[in-house]
Design a protein. Structure first.
Length: 282
């Protein structure tokens, strides 16, 4: 008489594993509790949630990478030859131009470079690069009257074609500087640090189509050479962002007292306004 084989827990597990294996290929490597379908189901649910979260994170990261690649492709040769020459003029006009972390464009040079005749000519040659048929004369007037720094920053960053977005959202120099407000995976929102900015929604909308990399470069690097402060004789106390560039040219002596260090600096004359015989003199 042949002995009756006994069915063990291990055999039952192997059988159930074959039955459910096609559904749980993605969960392979997750060890279930012996003979407990409820435990297996629980583990499968946990894995499903984990894979879902991973998928969301990966999708968000991939989306930004794809946007960055597409933007780089769309920006290839976006600058006309006149824009390239104008960018070199801005660099040549910088104070401390060989010191990347401290160089700045003085007020007088900004006004000389961003004038209506120059801007009109640049925009007329650059018109085909704009995304919408914007009125060049109105755009030029907007830049020269209210957005000289904005335009200079965009040219410096090789993103001059984005001036339309600032124009359409009425984003002027008064809203500079800007920073990233919420650098999370779902929303990369930009806000103005200017105390007189009354429309943060328009600020966010201006940068809504930008890639994360372009936003970071604008906020962390490109805007600061064009935002050196101007000091006035009647204002004694100032507060500056840690990335602000002072309009200093040369460092003089340093003196130490019991309470402080005192440094002597030479300031660019364009950034110091004092009164002489009721006339503001720079």
């Amino acid at each position: 008489m042949k002995p009756n084989p006994q069915t063990t827990d291990f055999d039952r597990y192997k059988k159930s594993e074959k039955e459910i294996q096609p559904e749980t290929t993605a969960a392979r490597g997750r060890i279930p509790s012996w003979g407990s379908s409820r435990s297996w189901g629980s583990s499968k649910t946990t894995l499903s949630k984990s894979f879902t979260n991973l998928s969301k994170t990966t999708t968000g990261s991939s989306r930004r990478q794809i946007n960055a690649r597409n933007t780089r492709k769309s920006n290839e040769s976006i600058s006309t030859e006149s824009m390239k020459i104008f960018r070199r003029k801005i660099k040549a006009s910088m104070e401390l131009k060989n010191d990347y972390n401290n160089c700045f464009l003085a007020e007088r040079k900004l006004n000389e470079l961003i004038c209506e005749s120059t801007v009109m000519k640049l925009l007329e040659e650059h018109g085909s690069k704009l995304s919408t048929p914007t009125d060049i004369s109105k755009l030029s007037a907007f830049i020269c009257k209210r957005a000289k720094r904005v335009f200079a920053i965009l040219v410096w960053a090789e993103r001059e074609h984005r001036i339309e977005e600032f124009y359409n959202n009425n984003f002027t120099d008064e809203w500079l500087p800007v920073r990233v407000k919420s650098p999370d995976d779902e929303c990369y929102e930009v806000e103005s640090l200017a105390p007189n900015c009354t429309n943060q929604e328009a600020v966010g909308a201006t940068f809504s189509t930008w890639t994360d990399g372009d936003i970071d470069n604008f906020c962390d690097n490109y805007q600061w050479p064009f935002l050196a402060p101007v000091f006035h004789e009647k204002q004694f106390r100032y507060e500056f962002h840690q990335k602000s560039r002072m309009p200093f040219l040369d460092k003089g002596d340093q003196k130490k007292t019991n309470f402080s260090f005192v440094e002597e600096w030479t300031m660019h004359s364009d950034h110091l306004q004092i009164r002489a015989n009721s006339t503001i003199v720079s």
